[in-house]
Write a protein that binds this ligand. Structure first.
Ligand code: MN
Length: 493
């Protein structure tokens, strides 16, 4: 499980200048410390480190270089307590590669009507100081999140917390390695893409590995290791009778355990953060990895089926973003529709590979034929997913650019049991409604593979897209086909 983020801090950077004298600067520094310590904890899951007050171009540039080099620093929260002439920031901002959140706040929450004087006005100038800073970032085309409000407001901390999670996922992508077992499913378009461009823009690399090399690692797994994992399966899941001790398909379970141990070893040895498989390339494996993929996803690995590396990377990012939050995220596919006039729904599932982090109750562990791929029956975890707000996200490659799509959805309880459907599944209602949600998704080119998340909102993905410099289409409450058309036109200009 990803319980905490690999980088652990954001830097709180306050801007000022020497114009007002040392006393004012001392007060600015005191206030900055108080704000930084007030922002930490609660929604902000990483440490907020207060840096010295910035008063000139040399120290600003030095700080930005330090931020770039620091492996602990996820990004910068900037705030101009006084007026901080923004030409001083150009040199630093030009080299800065870490994400920025611009906190537009001030130390005091209210105007002290009876005592306000020119000293107070000299000190508390963020209302215009932050506009100067915003201008230079807009002029330099620097993507950032702007959060407005008093620093003690819960809403402000919430927005900062969302951004730190997005920044943590971005940090995790830098230098991340994704492993592909086999190529894309033959002839499929949307799972293809430009891996070189992805590495340039997103910082992660995607490379292919021979399925035979994985098979060799799997073959070296010992019976003792298999027995230990099967014991874990027995503890964690409800085994269907053919898989139980002396059951007719017990060997399928031990084969599945062997595959999981081998895959886990391979991914660990290669320091991978996610992977893809394809049912069309399984030479040397007795069955399509089902439970193995499901459990690896639950442990934080990104995954995409049929060679879908873009979704694998996105699943990984969303798992990092949601670290420690209740609920989970999973690889997902829009499978089939319920066009009942009063209750229009999407049934999401995959052949096997849905992450048990989104399971409503103890999964059952079952074995059934797959009908494609020509291998032995694969073992998989079967479960339903609980009701509640969720999102589906998809990254597509449009040839000249990537696009991130997010659909806000309302997951609902299964309307009736589905005793003959042997896969994990979830039902949802797309927002704003079935017609608009699906039409907008298809109009914007969204894929059939997504990452379904119970613990993230479109705000997380908006922040992430902004950091990544990728265009994002949000489809949710308030979306109309007209507003979507305007969004797509804006992106095309
Ligand atoms: Mn698929």
């Amino acid at each position: 499980m990803i319980n905490k983020h690999s980088a652990s801090e954001v830097w709180f950077v306050t801007g000022s200048q020497h114009l007002y004298g040392d006393e004012v600067l001392k007060t600015v520094a005191t206030h900055a410390k108080e704000i930084a310590s007030g922002l930490g904890g609660g929604d902000v899951s990483v440490k907020v480190v207060c840096k010295e007050v910035m008063t000139g171009p040399e120290s600003i540039t030095r700080l930005c270089h330090e931020a770039n080099q620091s492996n602990d620093c996820l990004g910068l929260i900037t705030w101009m307590h006084t007026f901080s002439p923004a030409k001083m920031w150009i040199g630093g901002l030009k080299v800065l590669v870490k994400p920025i959140l611009h906190l537009h706040t001030q130390f005091n929450s209210e105007i002290p009507w009876g005592t306000i004087d020119m000293n107070f006005m000299n000190l508390n100038q963020s209302a215009h100081g932050d506009r100067e800073f915003g201008y230079i970032m807009s002029r330099m085309k620097i993507n950032r999140k702007v959060v407005v409000g008093h620093w003690k407001d819960e809403g402000v901390k919430k927005q900062i917390g969302v951004w730190t999670r997005a920044a943590a996922a971005w940090h995790d992508w830098q230098g991340a390695r994704f492993c592909r077992f086999g190529d894309n499913m033959r002839q499929v378009a949307v799972t293809e893409g430009d891996k070189v461009e992805a590495e340039i823009q997103f910082g992660y690399s995607v490379n292919g590995y021979g399925i035979g090399d994985l098979a060799r690692v799997i073959d070296q797994v010992t019976d003792k290791e298999v027995d230990q994992l099967v014991k874990i399966y027995e503890d964690m899941y409800q085994l269907s009778s053919p898989l139980q001790k002396a059951g007719v398909q017990r060997k399928s379970l031990t084969d599945a355990a062997r595959i999981e141990i081998g895959m886990r070893q391979f991914l660990k040895d290669g320091n991978f953060r996610g992977f893809t498989t394809t049912f069309e390339d399984l030479h040397g494996l007795p069955q399509l990895p089902g439970i193995a993929v499901q459990r690896l996803m639950a442990d934080g690995y990104g995954f995409g089926a049929e060679g879908d590396w873009k979704t694998s990377a996105l699943v990984r990012a969303m798992k990092v973003m949601g670290a420690g939050l209740p609920g989970g995220s999973s690889f997902m596919e829009d499978y089939t529709y319920h066009f009942d006039k009063r209750d229009q729904l999407v049934l999401g599932a995959h052949m096997l590979e849905i992450c048990p982090s989104i399971a409503k109750a103890k999964p059952s562990c079952e074995v059934h034929p797959l009908s494609i791929g020509g291998k032995e029956d694969p073992v998989r975890l079967v479960f339903d997913v609980g009701a509640g707000a969720a999102i589906n996200a998809s990254m597509i490659d449009l040839g000249d650019k990537f696009r991130l799509l997010v659909n806000e959805v309302e997951a609902v309880e299964p309307r009736e049991p589905m005793p003959k459907l042997p896969v994990a599944r979830v039902l949802w209602r797309p927002l704003p409604d079935m017609q608009t949600g699906c039409a907008a998704w298809i109009q914007a080119g969204g894929a059939h593979h997504t990452c379904f998340s119970q613990n993230l909102t479109s705000e997380h993905l908006t922040d992430f897209a902004r950091i990544a410099g990728v265009e994002m289409v949000r489809i949710g409450a308030g979306t109309t086909m007209d507003s979507l058309g305007r969004d797509l036109q804006t992106f095309n200009t």
